[in-house]
Ligand binder design. Sequence first.
Ligand code: THU
Length: 157
Amino acid sequence: MTKKELTISYIEYNSVAELDAEDRILVGKAIEAMDGSYAPYSNFNVGAAVRLESGTIVTGANQENAAYPSGLCAERSAMFSAGSQHKGDAIRSIAVVGGAQGCISDTPASPCGACRQVMAQYQRIAGKDMSVILVGAKVIYKFARVDDILPLIFDNL
Ligand code: THU
């Protein structure tokens, strides 16, 4: 038996101004995308923006439904949209921002497990790291790759 440890590293920023120019733009697009959120049940609005290898940015927002599981998170809305409309153009980065009643929460909204798994698959398709930027009003986290928010990725098929 061997005891193992996993270490996750990420960068913490105190404001959007500290991000590099590309990330600042991406975060701005994710914030704008919150407007497209349809969340009458949770009243929790989330926006996401993905940057593709070509530089194209695609956005998404959470879409809820009276039949609850039929809704979709902002992250998957953005990624599936990018995958559908820009096949072959790898997703290199994703920014996520959310909060109750359209007001960005102080600490970042953290992607659900299903969205992390979808990120992992697009990262695998790309064959290159996808960075993940989680945005709060008071703090921003940047992870260099999806593995850092989803250790031991299911990657067996
Ligand atoms: N949601 C997202 O869109 N992304 C996240 O990272 C967390 C949660 C959505 C799903 C649902 O519409 C609402 O937020 C409350 O869970």
